[in-house]
Design a protein around this ligand. Sequence first.
Ligand code: IFM
Length: 460
Amino acid sequence: MKKITLPEHSKLLDKSFLFGVATSSFQIEGARDSRLKSIWDTFCETPGKIIDKSNGLVACEHIERWLEDIDLIQSLGVDTYRFSISWPRVMHEDGSLNHEGLGFYIQLLDTLNARGIKPFVTLYHWDLPQFIEDNGGWLNRETAYLFQDYVDKVSLFFGDRVHSYATFNEPFCSAYLGYEIGVHAPGKTGVKSGRQAAHHILLAHGLAMQVLQKNSPSSLNGIVLNFTPCYPADDSESSLKAADYANQYINHWYIKPLLHGEYPAMLAELPDDQKPDIEANDLQIMAQPLDFLGVNFYTRLTYSAPTVTDFSDPEKSPFYTEHAHLHPQTDIGWEIYPQALTDLLTKILSDYNLPPIYITENGAAMADELVDGAVHDNSRIDYYQSHLLAVHEAAEQGVQIDGYFAWSLMDNFEWAEGYLKRFGLVYVDYQTQQRILKDSALAYQAFLLSRTHNDNHVNK
Ligand code: IFM
C-alpha cells in the first residue's frame, strides 16, 4: 500500500500541529429526530436539483451511529475532529433552544473531549432553517441578527467544551452557489442577490464573533473560507487582468472585508443596482480580530479576457471568462494542482496580516470500488501526499499553519451531486451503513500513528 510521508524536519510534525478529519451536519447526520426542516431539505424535494434525486433524511445515520463514528475517528489517530452544528436541530422556531438536539451535540463533545480529540465546531455549514428562508433567508438583514442570537445561546450552552468555533463554512458557496447561480439551496439567482447574501453572511460572522469573544474567549474563534486560486490561461496582459478580477470576485471578496475591512476594488466598477446594500459600520463589524483563518482548498481555475463588455447579461461576466477544468482531474471534475495550495498560502501571507491558518478541508472525490471488502484508492493517497507536501512547502516559506483536516472522514451527501461522489477516507455502504476503511484511511492512520513529534512548540 502507498504511504503518506513528510520530511523529518517538517513543521507539520511539530507537536502543536493538529491533524484531523472533517464532516458537516446535513451531509452525515440524517433527520430522524426533532430537527426542523432546513433549506437543503426543501432543495432536495425540488425536482431536478439533486442528480441522484436523494436527500439528507438518512445520510450516514450519524445521529444514531455517532459513538461508532467516534470510535472510527479515534482509531485513525487524529488530534481533532471538525464537524458542524445543525441550526435547525438546536433551535425551535420561537428562538428557544431545542434540548433534544443540543443533547446530541453535548454527548458528542463530551465523548470527544474524554478521548482527547479536540472539537472544532462550525456553526453554519449551509443548513439554514427553512422558516428563516421563508422570511428572505440571507437576503434579509435580520437573518444576521438571528444568527448572532443562535450563536449566543448555543455557545453559552456548550460552555468550555469547544476547542474552536468557526462561524461559517465557505460563505462563497452559500452566497454564490445558493443565491447567485442557484445550484445550491435555496436555489435563488441574480448577481445582486448573491452579493447581498454574501454581505449579510459576513455581517453575521462579525456579529457572531463579538458574541464568541464574550461567551467563549478561550476557544479559537474564526471562520472557514474556501479558496479557488485563479490563474491566467496564458501570458497575455488580458488574461492576467481577467485572473486578477476573478481572484477579487471569488477569493478576496470574502477575505478582504474580514482582514482589511473593505471589499476589493472591483466593487466600485459595478453598476449601482448590482452592488450589495451596505450600511454604515457593517465593514467594521465584519473585521473582528480572528484567532484563526480556516482555508478550504480543492482545486484552481484558469481565466482569460471576457467576451462581453457590459453588465446586461447576468450569465456573462464583463470581467473574465472562466475556463473548464484542466487535467488531471478528480471524479468530480476538479483539476488536481497542488502547487496552487502553496501559491495561495504564500500569496495571502504577502497580501494580509494573517492570523494562524488551519487547512480546514482538503481532499478528493475518487471513483472508489469496493472489492472483497477493500477500497484500493491509490489516487486519493497520491492527492493527500502531494497536498500535504504543498502545505509543508508553504510552512517552509513562512506561513504559520497550525493544522490540517482531511475532507472527509467518510463518504456522505455531496450536495447537488447526492451520494454519487465519494470524498471519504472511510467508505460508506449506504445499504447497510457499514463503514469500511479505504486504503487512504489506512495510509492516513499509519502516517498519524507514526509521528514522532518535533518539540518546537508546546502542545495546545
Ligand atoms: O462536501 C463539501 C463540503 O461540504 C464543503 N467544502 C467542499 C466539500 C466538497 O465539495
